[in-house]
Design a protein around this ligand. Sequence first.
Ligand code: BES
Ligand code: MN
Ligand code: ZN
Length: 497
Amino acid sequence: MRIKLEVASIERVEADALVVPIFDKESPGGGLPSESAQAANDLAGGWIEELYRSGEFSGKEFETAMLYRPPGMKARRLLVVGAGRSDRFTPAGLRKVAGAAVRFLKPKSTPTIALVLDSGAAAAGQAAAAVEGAILGDFEPDQLKTDKKDAKTVDTFTVVLPGGDESLAETLRSAQVLAEAQNFARTLVNEPANRMTPTVLAARAREMAAECGLECQVLAQDQMRELGMGALLGVAQGSAEPPVLILLRYRPIEESGGAHLGLVGKGITFDSGGISIKPSEGMDKMKYDMAGGAAVIGAMRAIAQLRPPIPVTALIPAVENMPGSRAQRPGDIVATLSGKTVEVLNTDAEGRLILADALTYARTLGCTHLVDAATLTGAIVVALGQVNVGVFSSDDALLQRVLAAARAEGEKMWPMPMDEEYKEQLKSAFADLPNIGTRWGGAVTAAMFLKEFADPTPWVHLDIAGAAWLDDAKPFLAKGPTGVAVRTLAGLAVNWK
Ligand code: BES
Ligand code: MN
Ligand code: ZN
C-alpha cells in the first residue's frame, strides 16, 4: 500500500473513496465539531446532518454511511465512519477508524482511499495513527488461500490535511515502517507449523536482515551444545526439526549513551506440549507460539529502517516442542547455560526453558537492558484476556520506559506483580529450580523463573499469550495474529534517550 500526504481541501481530493471520521452526535457541543466533517457536510448539502436526523447514523464507533458521487467533490464516494464521542477521541481511536474504513471499502473495489484529518496540534499523532490503522486493517491472513480471483486491493492510502504542511512526511514514513513491520510479523505467525519450522524462521530472518542491512547469525544445534545450552536443547530433543538460535544485530553509525538493548523472542514454532501433551482441542492454534520471536524480528526490521543511535541485538531461540521418542521426560534435569540446573516437571512449560538460555546468552553478549516477548502462559490469558499484554520487570526504570513506549504506540500493556513470595513456588528437591510452580499465579511464577536468568541485568518480560492472537475479527482488524509488541519494541529503541 502506498502512503501519501496531501495538503488540500477536501473538494479537490481525487480518490475512489474519501473517508471522513464523524463524531457521535451526543458529543459535547453535539453536531459536527470537526472542521473536516463540517466541510464535507456543507459541500454535500447537509447530508451528514440529515444522516444524524434520520437515526440511521449517529457517529458511534465504526458505523458507516456512504454517498456516491458526493456533490462538489472530485472523489467518487464519500464514506463517513463513526468515531465515537469527540471528548474521548484519541489517536488509538483513529487507528481503529482508519482500519475499519479500509476493511469496509476494500471489498468494494476502491484502490485509492483518502482520509481527511483536521489540522492542528494533534495532527502529527493522528496522521501516524491513521496510516498505521490503514496498513494494519489491510492485512488478511489468507496467504495460503488459492481462490483469490475476486481479491481486491487498496493501492494508495492518502492522508488529507487541509491546513497541514509537508513536515508531516517523516511522521508518515515512520508510521508506515512500523505498521509494515507489524504485518511482516503477522505473516510469519500466520504460517502453519509445517511451513514455519525453526529452519524456515531462520531463513526468513536472514532474508529480512539482508534486505534491511542487519547482521544475521544463526547458531546451529552443535554450536549450542558446545556453549552448553542444555535447557534449550532439552526442549528440541523431541522433534525431528533441528533447533536454531537466531541472532540479529543492529549497529548505529554513531552510538550514544553506552546502552545496548537486547530483545529476546520466544520462537516455539509449534507447541504440542511435548510428553506433557496438550489436549487436541485448540492445539492447532499453537502455531502462534513463535509470536514473540516474530515480534522481535518485526521490531528489528523497523529499527533497521528507522536507525536509532542505540545498538540492538535480537535473540530468537527457535524450537519445535514435540513428543518424539527422544523427547525429554517429566523429571529430567537439564543444565542451563547459566550453570543452574532445572528439573523439567512439565514439558509444556518449554518457553521459559528456551528463554532461560537465550537470556543468559544475551547477557554474555553485553546487553545492558533486556526485553523479552513470549506467548508464555495460559494464565496471562485468564488474567488479561486478549486485550492487554502482561508486563513483568525487575527494574522500575526500564519498566517505565517500556510502558511509555507502549502508550506512545497505542499498544495496551498492563504491569503485573513480581513479589518475592511467588518465588517460594520455585523449589525443587533435586535441582536448583523446577520449571513450574503450583496452580496459582502461573504467569507470575513463569516470569519469576525467567528473572533468575536475566538478573542482575535490568529486564522486562512481555507475556503476549493473550494479545498476540485475535479469536474473533474486529471491524478494524482481521482474525488471527495481531503482531502485538512490534511497535512497542521498535518504539523503545527508536525513542531511547
Ligand atoms: N505456549 C504455552 C502458553 C499458551 C497457552 C499460549 C495458551 C497461548 C495460549 C506455554 O508453552 C504453555 O504451555 N504454558 C503452560 C505452562 C504450564 C504447564 C505451567 C500453560 O500455560 O498451561
Ligand atoms: Mn507449552
Ligand atoms: Zn509454549
